[in-house]
Design a protein around this ligand. Structure first.
Ligand code: SF4
Length: 246
C-alpha cells in the first residue's frame, strides 16, 4: 500500500536553500565589500524572507548599522531570555531608534516551559545548557519559522568554534548569512569610530562580550573576549552550534 503523503511537505512550503546556493553566493560576492553585498542581497531578493538576529551586545551596532544602511525594513529579531541586563534592553531601544529600523521583534521563552523547567529562574546555576535550550535555542527556532534566511553577527575571530566562517552557509535548509565573518576586531573598532555608533553602556565597565546577566562577568582572560561568558566554562549557547559538530 502506498504511503500517505507527508503532511510536512504541505505545511512547510518554504523553498529550501541548498549548499549549491550558498556556494554560488559565496562565489558571487567574493571580494565585494560588506555593505554592497547586503544592498544587492536585499534589492535582488536573493535571501527571500530574511531577518537579522541581534543580541545587542558590544559589537552588535556594526552589523545593525550595515543592515540599516542597506534596508531599514529588514526585521531585527532579539531573543530576550528574560535574563538580560537592563542596560542591554535600553541599548536595544537606542540602536533601533538611532538606526531607524521599522520592524523590531522580540521572542521570549515559552511561559509553560519556563514554569515546568525553570520555575525558580535558577536553572542557569546548575544546568546552563538546559537553561540556554529553553531560553535561547527554542525561542530562536520559533523566531526563524517562516524565514528563508537569517543574518548573524558571528565573526571568525571570536573563538575557536568560529574559524573559517563563510559569508553564506546552510542551516536546516535556511540560508545563514555572516556578513562580518571575515572582519577583525580592528575593523569593528574603525567602523564604530567612523560611523560614531553608540556603545553598549556596560562596555565602559570592561565587559567585552555581554549575554545574560547571571552568566556574564568581566573577562577572565582579556585576550579572549568571550572568557567572561559562563565563567569561561562554555563558549556557545547552542544557537550557533550545528548538530553533530559541537
Ligand atoms: S546564558 Fe545563562 S541565563 Fe542565559 S539562557 Fe544561557 S544559561 Fe540561561
Amino acid at each position: 500500500m502506498a504511503e500517505p503523503a507527508r503532511q510536512l511537505d504541505v505545511i512547510d512550503a518554504r523553498p529550501a536553500f541548498t549548499q549549491a546556493d550558498a556556494d554560488a553566493l559565496n562565489a558571487r560576492f567574493e571580494g565585494v565589500d560588506t555593505l554592497s553585498m547586503l544592498k544587492t542581497v536585499f534589492a535582488e531578493g536573493l535571501a527571500g524572507n530574511v531577518a537579522v538576529v541581534s543580541s545587542f551586545g558590544t559589537e552588535s551596532a556594526v552589523l545593525l548599522d550595515l543592515v540599516a544602511k542597506a534596508d531599514k525594513n529588514v526585521p531585527v529579531i532579539f531573543v530576550d531570555t528574560l535574563k538580560m541586563f537592563d542596560e542591554t534592553l535600553a541599548y536595544r531601544e537606542t540602536l533601533i531608534e538611532t538606526l531607524g529600523f521599522t520592524d523590531s521583534r522580540a521572542v521570549v521563552p515559552n511561559a509553560e516551559v519556563l514554569a515546568a523547567k525553570d520555575e525558580t529562574g535558577l536553572r542557569w546555576s546548575y544546568d546552563p545548557d538546559g537553561c540556554c535550550e529553553i531560553r535561547k535555542v527554542e525561542p530562536m527556532a520559533r523566531a526563524k519559522e517562516g524565514l528563508d534566511a537569517w543574518i548573524s553577527g558571528r565573526k571568525a575571530f571570536q573563538s575557536v568554534t568560529r574559524q573559517n566562517l563563510p559569508r553564506f552557509e546552510i542551516e536546516d535548509g535556511r540560508l545563514k548569512i555572516n556578513p562580518l565573518g571575515d572582519w577583525t576586531k580592528a575593523d569593528l573598532e574603525i567602523y564604530f569610530e567612523a560611523e560614531n555608533l553608540p556603545r553598549h553602556p556596560l562596555e565602559a565597565q570592561g565587559y567585552l562580550s555581554i549575554g545574560c546577566e547571571p552568566c556574564t562577568t568581566l573577562p577572565l582572560d582579556p585576550s579572549n573576549e568571550r572568557s567572561g561568558r559562563w565563567q569561561g566554562e562554555k563558549l556557545e549557547c547552542g544557537i550557533h552550534i550545528e548538530v553533530g559538530k559541537s
